[in-house]
Design a protein around this ligand. Sequence first.
Ligand code: NAD
Ligand code: MG
Length: 392
Amino acid sequence: MIGLTVLGSTGSIGISTLDVIGRHPDRYRVIALTANRDVDGLFNQCKSFLPHYAVMADANSASELEQKIRYEGLNIEVLSGVEGLEYVASLEDVAYVMAAIVGAAGLLPALAAARAGKRILLANKEALVVAGELFMREAAAGGAEILPIDSEHNAVFQCMPANFHKGLEKVGVTQILLTASGGPFRRLPLDQLQGVTPAQACAHPNWEMGRKISVDSATMMNKGLEVIEACWLFHTQSDRVKVVLHPQSVIHSMVAYSDGSVLAQLGNPDMRTPIAHALAWPERIVSGVEPLDLFEVARLDFEEPDFNRFSCLRLAYEAIEQGGTCPAILNAANEVAVASFLAGGIAFTAIPQVIESVLESLPGGQATGLGTLLSADAEARRYAEQMIQNWV
Ligand code: NAD
Ligand code: MG
């Protein structure tokens, strides 16, 4: 039995993960489940999966959960805070850690798993955007194994040769082609973008996801973050990572080789496929996903992305090219801007404007260590919040 911690178990990825695990009770044992504030969600998962630990990042929510668990007579230890998350990410009897917290909040627990040498099923792309170099270094030093959950990166991983760690050039890979659906506003007239609502932005045409990543998909910041994520995961530079609009979301990404071959991974857009792949790798297990019906798909379209419509994509390329703390600043400003848009504070079109202003105002420097990255993150958040308060 493989012991497993699911960080962010009440979210979209967390729920899909437990769905796959529930199909293989002979193979996986849930040791810990975690959430931020969703007491009822975590309590219900605790009743089904009977983990040893349940962690709530928020202390008041943890007390509430503790009461419910005692009342129910369950033998589950309740912990709280970042320390609780780090603790269950590095437990001895946990071999695999699903890192599915949203945002930079997922960095420290994922880092704890890296240092403890776990197999990390990495959904939390923001951890790599904020601290890619450090994260990869700590994972290597700790003997951790990183398996990408993001569907594009999981697809790329599946199309890569086994020895890609030597460097893409050495193994004949010329390009990583990240596919993108283009989100719900790919065709919307530009002058209508200003007035789109959070509900419209969260109505993704092909994928059902958490609200933050749904907005990121609509601005295409999600693809920008994924370009940065790909650079770290596959040891390459952003000029080797190309974004291809593919509205059907059936090809999840591709790898191009020096001999002219292009390998692609296809499937229905359902996150249980990459989750099952990463859980079982190098074996294959049933995920619950319907087989792909190519006759129903009928056609596959490709387009070049429009960097004017999707300026978040341009900003992300610029941030990774500048390097250092710039991606952390980009990410922090984006998290603040998206939260404000979702709360009705700013217009959809203000999201890239806020991010660009923050990046222009904060110079960014060398990413010398975790302390530097976390203070760049904190400063960018403060700055973005101030800017939004004065936004007209
Ligand atoms: P979600 O909002 O549905 O769930 C987030 C989870 O993190 C919840 O369990 C929540 O309780 C927890 N959480 C939130 N803030 C926290 C905090 N401050 N401290 C501790 N826990 C906290 O998000 P999601 O859509 O499941 O996405 C999770 C991650 O996976 C994101 O990084 C996202 O980019 C990535 N991802 C998601 C999808 C998808 O299909 N949903 C696809 C690819 C990548
Ligand atoms: Mg993705």
